[in-house]
Design a protein around this ligand. Structure first.
Ligand code: PMP
Ligand code: GLN
Length: 385
């Protein structure tokens, strides 16, 4: 007999199960090609796997230091210096985390209090709003408009007020594949200078950027870097989303507060994986070719769906491609995604799940981090619709 009251008041009453879990489960049940959740279907480098195994065998199996293995923090500092010309002290300004999701949650928890406003751009990665709400904050969204999904900085200026605590940016952007340019960074810097606003810059796709464009990390802009926490993910960079290892960098005063929370959320991240990454990252060629690698996949997918009735604007970065189905159906995005998965056996993600209010852009997001064989099979189906 369970006497626990059956009226539980949820802290997240409007939050359902993450769309990535929902679509992946649906794809499984209906034996559909899963281009919904973002993860590669090809292998991690055997060299990196061997390194993890080596460190496990050598006994690196106990807790890592709370901020991360020193050798990994050193090499992250070196990578950030050489890519973005920015200096971060490995002892006080870099923390290794169990993935970017946890880094984002810890960053928001460390700074957002009751009634604080956090500006974000919708469509927005699905973990931001629940993290803000769980900490009593108020998400304030500015819509990115199709087809460019650029930020309207004039609108942002109107949203700013004395309660604005944080602005969350994400470039390259999930789910639209849009990227921020130098003008965006200048506009942001102008808006936040002389304020106490913290920028949370989600840069998990920093290496997945196309047409030889430069990734505009906040680290390149001292006026932004001094107020920014940057979140990164080795899951994206090394095709190892299941290892859940990433990091957060930021100036010492912000990082001190970040660590106060991080230590009690998880204490530390997986030790042998950190040791292996520290060694693997010594060779920048292990991540430098990622942009061209994924651009080839994007182009393969775009070419394979060219004759379909779906319309595409090529993604500028990430491993996601939006496809517009307005020439095929009037259904809302969730309805169309379900129909596509159940009837045609290809799963994508409705972009409506990246908005807090009902939205219908008639766009689905497809992950092209897949083998050419998988992409071709999916595209053949899409071309028959
Ligand atoms: N931010 C964005 C924009 C993402 O797409 C993802 C994962 N796909 C994350 C954060 C989370 O990264 P991780 O898997 O390292 O937690
Ligand atoms: N970030 C991945 C995506 O956008 C999925 C992450 C997750 O499953 N939570 O698809």
């Amino acid at each position: 007999m369970n006497n626990f009251p059956d009226t539980i008041t949820s802290k997240l009453p409007n939050t359902g199960t993450s769309i990535f879990a929902v679509m992946t489960q649906m794809a499984r049940e209906h034996d559909a090609i899963n281009l919904s959740q973002g993860f590669p279907d090809f292998e991690v480098s055997p060299v990196l796997i061997e390194l993890v195994a080596k460190y496990m065998r050598e006994g690196y199996n106990q807790y890592a230091p709370m901020p991360g293995v020193p050798a990994l923090r050193e090499v992250i500092a070196e990578k950030t210096r050489s890519l973005y010309g920015a200096e971060y002290n490995p002892n006080t300004e870099i923390t290794v985390t169990p993935g970017a999701t946890q880094a984002i949650y810890a960053a928001i928890s460390a700074f957002v209090r009751d009634e604080d406003e956090v500006i974000l751009f919708e469509p927005a990665y699905d973990s931001y709003v629940p993290a803000i709400r769980m900490n009593g904050g108020v998400p304030i969204s500015s819509k990115l408009k199709a087809p460019t999904f650029a930020i309207d900085w004039e609108e942002v200026r109107h949203l700013l007020n004395s309660r604005t605590k944080m602005i969350i940016i994400n470039s390259p952007h999930n789910p639209t594949g849009s990227i921020l340019g130098p003008d965006d960074m200048a506009a942001l810097e102008k808006l936040v200078s002389n304020t106490g606003i913290i920028v949370l810059s989600d840069e998990v796709y920093e290496h997945i950027i196309f047409e030889g464009k430069q990734h505009e990390s906040v680290c390149r802009y001292p006026g932004l870097a001094e107020r920014s926490l940057v979140t990164c993910s080795f899951g994206k960079t090394f095709h190892a989303t299941g290892w859940k290892t990433g990091y957060c960098i930021g100036p010492a005063n912000l990082m001190k507060e970040f660590r106060r929370v991080h230590q009690f959320m998880v204490f530390c991240s997986n030790a042998p994986v950190q040791h292996a990454l520290a060694e693997f990252l010594q060779d920048p060629s292990n991540y430098e070719g990622l942009g061209p690698f994924y651009q080839t996949k994007r182009d393969f997918f775009l070419n394979a769906v060219k004759k379909s009735r779906f319309k595409a604007i090529p993604a500028g970065g990430t491993y996601f491609q939006l496809l517009d189905y307005s020439g095929i159906s009037d259904q809302d995005e969730m309805g169309f995604a379900e129909w596509l998965t159940k009837e045609h056996k290809v799963a994508g993600v409705p972009t409506s799940s990246f908005y807090h209010k009902t939205t219908n852009n008639q766009l689905l997001r497809f992950c092209f981090a897949k083998s050419e064989e998988t992409l071709q099979k999916a595209a053949d189906i899409l071309c028959r619709i």
